[in-house]
Design a protein around this ligand. Structure first.
Ligand code: HEM
Length: 459
């Protein structure tokens, strides 16, 4: 919806039309928020966005009566390869409600239990790989290995499809094509007009075609098994009928959903686990607390069998993940648009359809976090402390009915894997790593490697 914004207000404007968006637009926005405050407009040559990180304003933007999800310029670009998949669908697109209703059962608590054996099986692939690295005294590439693990997990748990990532010297080509498509979606925002981008666009189209071909392989593999029913994501997409009209999802939408889930279902969890391992390696006291929690459940068994119930008992490990998501929410922004003409915070007029982006890393560093918000401290997420801050100070999974459908899936997987890794290894920051955050729409610690050693009784 295009409307002329009103903008008769005192919101500061950060004009970056000279330099444009950098290769790290989230971190650029964080710097601008530090300079201009928790609400400002970022003006580039092509567009202007209202960026918000004030807790009270975010509480207003989370009011579903006044605001809804906005598919902003970055997601418009993602629509070029995910179209009306759940993540990029417009609110009023019929396929959003239809797919949401059909797929919700796959994210109910009972389903989480059925994914547990698969999550454990893939976690063991990761441990085998790290055992080999430990024996060879070779460092591990953390984001690469977390991506291998999360991709295999969503492939197997969601679609019964095995990417076999740990049996390959290089990550599955799906990962490279996906990263390039996401990167294209992000860098397309900062194009200098008049420059020729046809080569990049052609490369993007080739990558998008390749992603679609992987989807066909996923569907054909299921069809070859002769059973298209089942309660995983693919079974529901192929077989479940919508209660309202009795139809299943159409073939084009199924493709879009599979691409969406293969990407959304692993990229962000992988980044979160990678940041968490970085913080554990840098904070030995926190690492010891995670290890103690895991030891209480699994003793010194070299090959523990974590149960589904154990995941709920790993409460400190969950605090570590929450604190990681606070500092580096791997999906760092979400858009909200006004349902009607309204005034945000009593002073910022917004027309119906006008959008604001919540800059999550700065929301998470807001004054409610005390005077040292950069400090990594999982104690912040002790249940009483977090409850006192209210529901709008922490939004790594977005908000409202368009919030992350895979939140519990991600947290179950990440909690179990983090505890299993801490239980088994000493994490050694062998290279004196300094955090550098890479952005490809999502966030990851760039170039993070760790040395891993089997724990001894002394550890
Ligand atoms: C939506 C973050 C893991 C599937 C979202 C949104 C955020 C988010 C912020 C809302 C975006 C918006 O409002 O525009 C994360 C983070 C994850 C994670 C930080 C991991 C730590 C997952 C997993 C899955 C998943 C594991 C699937 C198994 C989705 C889908 C949507 C979504 C399908 C769109 C929901 C809708 O609009 O109906 N996620 N996500 N995510 N996420 Fe996640």
């Amino acid at each position: 919806m295009t409307q002329t914004p009103l903008h008769h207000d005192d919101v500061p404007v950060a004009d970056v039309s000279g330099t444009g968006l950098t290769a790290t637009p989230t971190q650029q926005a964080m710097e601008l928020a530090r300079r201009h405050g928790p609400v400002f407009r970022r003006r580039t040559r092509e567009f202007q966005s209202l960026l918000v990180s004030d807790v009270d304003l975010v509480a207003e933007l989370s009011d579903e009566q006044r605001f809804a999800k906005a598919v902003g310029p970055a997601l418009e670009n993602v629509r070029e390869f995910a179209a009306d998949g759940l993540f990029t669908a417009y609110n009023d697109e019929f396929n959003w409600a239809k797919a949401h209703d059909i797929l919700m059962p796959a994210f109910a608590l009972g389903s989480m239990r059925t994914y547990h054996p698969v999550m454990l099986r893939v976690a063991r692939r990761l441990l085998d790989s790290w055992d080999r690295a430990a024996a060879a005294s070779a460092p591990v590439d953390v984001p690469d290995d977390m991506t291998r693990m999360t991709l295999d997990t969503i492939g197997l748990a969601g679609f019964g499809f095995d990417f076999g990532s740990f049996g390959r010297a290089e990550p599955h080509p799906f990962v490279g094509a996906m990263v390039r498509c996401l990167d294209w979606s992000m860098t397309r925002l900062s194009r200098v007009p008049g420059t020729d981008h046809s080569e990049r666009d052609e490369a993007f189209r080739a990558d998008a075609r390749y992603l679609a071909s992987v989807v066909d392989e996923v569907i054909n593999t299921r069809a070859a098994e002769g059973d298209t029913s089942g309660e995983d994501l693919l079974g529901l997409m192929l077989g479940a009928r919508h209660p309202a009209d009795g139809t299943t999802l159409d073939a084009a939408n199924i493709r879009n959903q599979i691409i969406t889930f293969l990407i959304a279902g692993h990229e962000t969890t992988s980044g979160t686990l990678s940041f968490a391992l970085h913080y554990l390696a840098k904070n030995p006291t926190v690492l010891r607390l995670v290890q103690r929690e895991a030891d209480e459940l699994w003793g010194d068994s070299p090959d523990p069998e974590p149960s589904f119930e154990d995941i709920g008992r790993l409460t400190y490990t969950r605090q570590v993940l929450n604190e990681t998501l606070r500092l580096w929410p791997s999906a760092p922004a979400f858009g909200r648009q006004a349902r009607h003409d309204t005034v945000l915070g009593g002073r910022i007029p917004m027309r119906a359809g006008e959008a604001a982006a919540v800059l999550i890393p700065m929301l998470h560093r807001s004054p409610v976090r005390g005077d040292n918000p950069e400090l990594f401290d999982p104690a912040r997420f002790a249940p009483e402390a977090e409850a006192a801050r209210g529901p709008h100070a922490f939004k790594p999974f977005g908000t409202g009915e368009r919030a992350c459908i895979g939140r519990q899936f991600a947290l179950d997987e990440a909690t179990m894997v983090l505890a299993m890794l801490a239980h088994r290894y000493r994490l050694v920051d062998h290279a004196g790593y300094r955090l550098k955050v890479k952005e490809t729409l999502t966030l990851k610690p760039e170039g993070l490697t760790l040395a891993v050693r089997a724990r001894t009784a002394a550890d």
